[in-house]
Design a protein around this ligand. Structure first.
Ligand code: ATR
Length: 288
């Protein structure tokens, strides 16, 4: 992987397929420079068929890598192939962060941590509610439900285009989580203090304009001090966040989740817990 001259430097990677749009190298590059660490963080494109081989090579002590991030489509395989997935990865069946320790491969999932840390930074007191509504029932939704439930949110409604997926997901979590189709959205919004979009709706300016795709939201049903957040960060202000802001609600964009989810990995690989600063945020915004 790295030649012998470089092996004394610490390296980490982000592995996916395709990987071209990952912003992780900019984030970790910023922190490496900020802390004066002579190390590297590289993007690696590895096809699914080669992923297990990639991990065994990684376990060879001369690879130069301390570990790395894992993105689509390898998150489930990373969990399955790790020697020691932690409880978070285990519960989600997916890992996004790997590190080597005593010749063994450890894995965790930092998506939920990133989501919570972003809200804590941008909107302290966001968890002062009994009820949250989560739009979407995919992998990101699952990590966020796990995180907000662990934080103590008593009731969570998952609302999804495909109702069955929302119900299946809810069943995994037990009675505190309920699954619904889009038609139930405005009923479950009544009194909710947190509305979270985990779907790709609003991902591009084109889909933003496509208001047909977005369920109509009865804003007056939300609690007056509700927080509305989106995990999408391109554009930074999605259609959902724009409408929420116009309706007078506090909003939190998805960029902070991307930045915060990177923190635990950097600490594992390079031994320093980095901070999500405004300067880092501005650096990434320029590149969006
Ligand atoms: P992720 O890992 O980002 O959560 P995913 O697992 O592919 O991605 O899940 C995508 C989620 O976005 C699903 O909840 C999906 O709804 P369906 O289960 O009905 O497919 C939702 N989604 C994607 N495109 C959507 C659209 N155009 N309208 C509504 N929901 C959409």
């Amino acid at each position: 992987m790295h030649d012998s001259r470089e092996t004394k430097m610490k390296h980490a990677f982000v592995v996916g397929y395709p990987i071209t749009h990952s912003r992780s190298p900019m984030i970790h590059g910023y922190w490496l420079k900020q802390h004066g660490i002579s190390g590297g963080y590289e993007k690696l494109a590895v096809e699914p068929v080669d992923f297990a081989g990639f991990l065994s090579k990684l376990l060879r002590s001369d690879s130069g890598y301390q570990g790395g991030n894992v993105t689509i489509p390898h998150k489930e395989s990373a969990y399955q192939l790790a020697d020691y997935p932690d409880a978070l990865a285990e519960e989600l069946g997916a890992a996004n962060t790997l590190w080597l320790e005593n010749g063994a491969l450890h894995a965790t999932n930092t998506d939920g941590y990133g989501f919570i840390a972003n809200l804590d930074q941008q909107q302290p007191g966001w968890d002062n509610t009994d009820c949250a509504v989560v739009l979407g029932a995919g992998g990101a939704s699952r990590a966020i439900i796990q995180a907000i439930r662990n934080r103590g949110i008593a009731k969570i409604h998952v609302v999804n285009r495909t109702k069955e997926k929302a119900q299946d997901l809810a069943t995994r979590f037990g009675p505190s989580v309920e699954g619904h189709g889009f038609d139930a959205l405005n009923d479950v919004l009544q009194g909710a203090g947190l509305l979270i979009n985990t779907t790709s709706l609003g991902m591009s300016k084109a889909s933003n304009a496509d208001s047909e795709a977005f369920p109509t939201i009865a804003w007056e049903k939300l609690a007056a001090d509700a927080v509305v957040t989106d995990i999408v960060y391109v554009p930074l202000e999605t259609e959902l966040l724009r409408r929420a802001r116009e309706a007078g609600f506090a909003t939190v964009d998805g960029l902070g989740m991307l930045l915060h989810q990177a923190v635990p990995g950097f600490e594992k690989w390079f031994g320093v817990r980095p901070e999500v600063t405004d300067e880092l945020r501005q650096l990434i915004i320029v590149d969006l």
